[in-house]
Design a protein. Structure first.
Length: 242
């Protein structure tokens, strides 16, 4: 039985496919780590690449969504027995030049284990995104039960504040992104317990994920933000090298 369809028990990775790169390996390692923690069966790295190459058909610089589906018993409490892979391929969408963010009314709990994984149960993220769009914003910033900043519906946050780079700490209840991981290896981005006042005090704010790359934030809840072009270009060049 397809346990992903019945119970939301599954994982996915969204990849900007440019062939086998170090960043693709980061995607696989995250998928593997999550599968092991959640008790899901999963393919080897070579099989992972083979699935993507077959679906891509030789095309590069495209959008790839790798879905790891769980198969097994119809009882939700049983362990999964096998897996199935679905790969979605489409043209790479053009990212926005800049975005405006709002504070989401939805909250997450820092101890909820599902938020640390890229699961196919995406309803919370959908609600955050829909609410933001209805308000006229690109996305919403989610706070946890301690009023700490976590992330947006599908992107991590990087703040330039007091001449330093900061991102919400991963144990606050967020998915640590592969793009953020790449940037953290090259730049001194510190994990901190950030609050709304840090958004207000930040000189520049950026959102990051695999499809967007890095996009500057020009407004948070009506508060304008400057764009540090030098930093923006540096972060984008790091991503292109990966």
């Amino acid at each position: 039985m397809n346990r992903t369809l019945y119970f939301g028990e599954g994982l996915f990775e969204t990849i900007r496919w440019r062939g086998e790169t170090p960043k693709v390996k980061l995607h696989y390692e995250r998928l593997k780590s999550s599968a092991q923690e959640l008790g899901l069966k999963y393919p080897s790295y070579e099989e992972f690449l083979s699935y993507i190459r077959t679906a891509a058909g030789g095309e590069k610089d495209i959008y790839v969504k790798f879905c790891l589906l769980s198969k097994g018993s119809e009882y939700f409490g049983d362990e999964p027995e096998d897996y199935e892979v679905r790969v979605v391929v489409k043209a790479l969408p053009s990212p926005p030049k800049e975005v405006k963010l709002t504070l989401s009314s939805y909250r997450r709990h820092s101890q909820n284990p599902t938020f640390r994984h890229k699961t196919t149960n995406f309803l919370f993220n959908i609600l955050v995104k829909r609410e933001a769009r209805k308000r006229g914003y690109y996305d919403g910033i989610v706070l946890n039960e301690k009023e700490e900043i976590t992330e947006c519906s599908s992107a991590n946050l990087v703040l330039l504040k007091d001449n330093g780079l900061f991102t919400p700490y991963r144990d606050g209840g967020l998915l640590w992104g592969t793009t953020l991981e790449m940037l953290s290896k090259e730049l001194n981005i510190k994990e901190e317990k950030l609050k709304v006042k840090d958004l207000e005090e930040a000189g520049s704010i950026f959102i990051t994920n695999s499809i967007l790359g890095v996009v500057p934030v020009t407004e948070v809840e009506g508060l304008s933000k400057e764009v540090n072009m030098d930093l923006l270009q540096e972060m984008r060049s790091i991503i292109l090298r990966g």
